[in-house]
Structure formats: C-alpha cells, structure tokens
Write a protein that binds this ligand. Structure first.
Ligand SMILES: [Zn+2]
Length: 168
C-alpha cells in the first residue's frame, strides 16, 4: 500500500513528467495505486499524490463495486468539453475538506493505457469532474486552487492549525 501525500507536500504542486515507459514497473505502480485508492474509498488518484512524478491517473466512480469502471490513463489530455457544472468536490490529499468547483459537464479525454495504446474516453457529471480533478493533479493543481480566494484562505488557515496541532 502506498501512502497518500497531503496538502503541503511539494510533490503536489509540481507538474508531472509524461509516462514514457510502458513496462511491468508501470503496471505494478498502477496496481498499487488502485489498491491505495480503494482502501481510501476514493474515486480517483493521481501518481503525484503517491509521490510519483508521472502523468498517470486512475478513476473509478463506482469505488470498486463495478470493476469494469476502473480507468487507467497515462498522459491524459482533455480534448473537448461541453456545458458546465459546479458541485462539492473533495480530495484524498485534503481529507475532510470540500468546496464547490466549477467544471465542464462533459469532457472527452485522450490518453494511453498501461500498454501504451492510445484511447479516448468520455465522461459526464461526476465522471467528468473526476477526470478534470485528476488531470489537474498531474499539472500540479489542487481543487482548492480553483476556489474563491476567501474560501481557499479559510481552508488553508484550518490546515495550518491542524499542522501546528500535529494532526495533519
Ligand atoms: Zn485529488
């Protein structure tokens, strides 16, 4: 099991490098990320959240209930968007915090599977949000970076308190 970095870790702010080697090591990392995401009851996880500087994300909005919903995307890119939504969003790197984040309603994503084959996938609603959220991670962006300054400062203040109390 991998440990998930929390807000404040410099790895979360750094844009990730493209995946270039589609080998057993990558597939092993994917397996570990999947196990870690399910254990944390998340619907998505990006490699930088486990301290790996790679453009690699996994998403499963069924939280493991429907295995065919698991998507592994290397070098993900949003190629088109449609509409908009604004819903409460959380993050495994910011446990117990959430905020309403504006996102497109539907997105089309291009990426590579763990064997290096290109594919396209579309998602709307929660799935579209999950794609956007995870792709933000590989660009070094967290959901709180997309909140209003006021809301973001409030969350940061609370986190600073948790850090000084040794509870973060
Ligand atoms: Zn996140």
């Amino acid at each position: 099991m991998l440990s998930i970095l929390k807000f404040g870790a410099p790895e979360l702010k750094k844009p990730s490098a493209p995946v270039e080697e589609f080998n057993g090591q990558l597939r092993h990392l994917v397996d570990e990320m999947v196990e870690t995401m399910y254990a944390a009851r998340g619907i998505g996880l990006a490699a930088p959240q486990v301290g790996v500087n790679l453009r690699l994300v996994i998403v499963d909005i069924s939280r493991g209930r429907e295995p065919e919903q698991l998507m592994v995307i290397a070098n993900p890119e949003i190629v088109s968007t449609e509409g908009q939504q604004s819903e409460e969003e959380g993050c495994l790197s910011l446990p117990d915090f959430s905020g309403s984040v504006p996102r497109p309603w539907r997105v089309r994503v291009r990426g590579l599977n763990p064997r290096g084959d290109e594919f396209y996938v579309e998602g709307e609603g929660l799935l579209a949000r999950a794609f956007c959220h995870e792709i933000d991670h590989v660009n070094g962006t967290l959901f709180i970076d997309r909140l209003s300054g006021l809301k973001r400062d409030l969350i940061k203040r609370k986190i600073r308190k948790l850090i000084s109390a040794g509870r973060w």
